[in-house]
Ligand binder design. Structure first.
Ligand SMILES: Cc1cc2nc3c(=O)[nH]c(=O)nc-3n(C[C@H](O)[C@H](O)[C@H](O)COP(=O)(O)OP(=O)(O)OC[C@H]3O[C@@H](n4cnc5c(N)ncnc54)[C@H](O)[C@@H]3O)c2cc1C
Length: 305
């Protein structure tokens, strides 16, 4: 039974409260309150409201990286042109979450810490090479998002730890995109999601390529081996098809209320192809955009910009 809500005004104070057994952080509350209401996870004895912590707020835009405070809302992410331009996959995800009210209250840190396999920020952060900073009274540590996400509702966060920030490296000539298969436009959870990021060299050939999948495994997962496979190749419809088929290796889909495992499996290559094509369209060298006109791509119209 919830007995107390603390309102610390500094990170040190919050970490002191987190070191007491039976406390849990409260960010926007959009997962935490729903989980309690549907009986999935009862409230703890005490909540630590993170709203007053300046250390967890804001977006720091250095030339070589973007550092996003854990308490940053989707609404704040969407207001930054730099996020839409250099980290488009994350911006795509932020624009999809829930409704305007959810995007205003829900935070990036809360999305990650909740650990849902259907979370919309997970795959974009995986392909963009994001790292998270965690803090407790024992000290600080930095993890790749890949190490942070463990399973449904499970992350690397210890009971006394807070997620402080998420840092995304900036890479020139990178395009990225996140596509979600959904049954309606708003207030929906991913049936299947795919994020893609492509870095092109000055010659227009692929220097790096990453794909991650949402809602088809116990956690958001990166597909292994695609960077090595694509490196040095010119973007082509054939390369996109190979990456889409290879993505199936990462799928561990289950049947649930939203879709059967076999439907999810069938949709993975379709959604991956769309995400990869959009990422290529956004990669700044401009050489790739022509491949849709010259080659087309297996049975799928070119995506809208
Ligand atoms: C109507 C509705 C629509 C939604 N639509 C989507 C959607 O389209 N896509 C999607 O991905 N999600 C969706 N969600 C889920 C939710 O809005 C997001 O996951 C949101 O980002 C959660 O953030 P929050 O700040 O509300 O977290 P909270 O609910 O406050 O916290 C979630 C969990 O994370 C922990 N936590 C929060 N912050 C930290 C921190 N800094 N350090 C450590 N632990 C922390 C909390 O203790 C709790 O266990 C939806 C929810 C609702 C109610």
């Amino acid at each position: 039974v919830l007995e107390q809500v603390f309102a610390p005004t500094s990170l040190d104070e919050a970490l002191g409260l987190m070191s007491v057994a039976g406390t849990r952080p409260l960010a926007g509350g959009t997962d935490l309150v729903v989980s309690e209401r549907v009986g999935r996870r009862p409230f703890p004895k005490a909540l630590v409201n993170l709203a007053g912590l300046d250390e967890l707020r804001g977006i720091d835009q250095a030339d070589d990286a973007l550092a996003v405070g854990a308490m940053c809302s989707y609404e704040e992410l969407l207001r930054r042109e730099r996020v839409a331009g250099d980290f488009s996959a994350l911006s795509d995800a932020a624009a999809m979450v829930g409704s305007p009210a959810t995007r205003h209250s829900g935070t990036l840190g809360g999305n990650l810490a909740n650990g849902s396999p259907a979370m919309d920020s997970g795959s974009p952060l995986l392909v963009l090479g994001a790292r998270v900073e965690l803090a407790s009274q024992r000290g600080r540590r930095v993890l790749d998002v890949d190490q942070f996400l463990i399973g449904p509702g499970e992350t690397a966060l210890g009971p006394d730890e807070l997620l402080v920030s998420v840092t995304l490296p900036h890479l020139p000539r990178r395009g990225s995109a996140y596509i979600r298969l959904e049954y309606r436009r708003a207030m929906e959870i991913a049936v299947v999601g795919a994020a893609a990021a492509v870095v092109l060299g000055p010659d227009g050939r692929v220097a790096d390529l990453a794909i991650a999948l949402t809602a088809v495994a116990p956690r958001c997962v990166r597909v292994d081996g695609l960077g090595a496979l694509a490196c040095g190749q010119a973007p082509s419809a054939a390369l996109i098809d190979v990456c889409a088929e290879r993505s199936l290796a990462a799928v561990r889909a289950i049947d649930d209320v939203r879709a059967s495992a076999s439907y999810r499996r069938a949709m993975v290559p379709v959604i991956v192809r769309r995400a990869l094509r959009r990422a290529l369209d956004r990669a700044p060298t401009g050489t790739s955009a022509t491949i849709w006109q010259t080659e087309g791509a297996a049975g799928d119209p070119a995506p809208a910009a």
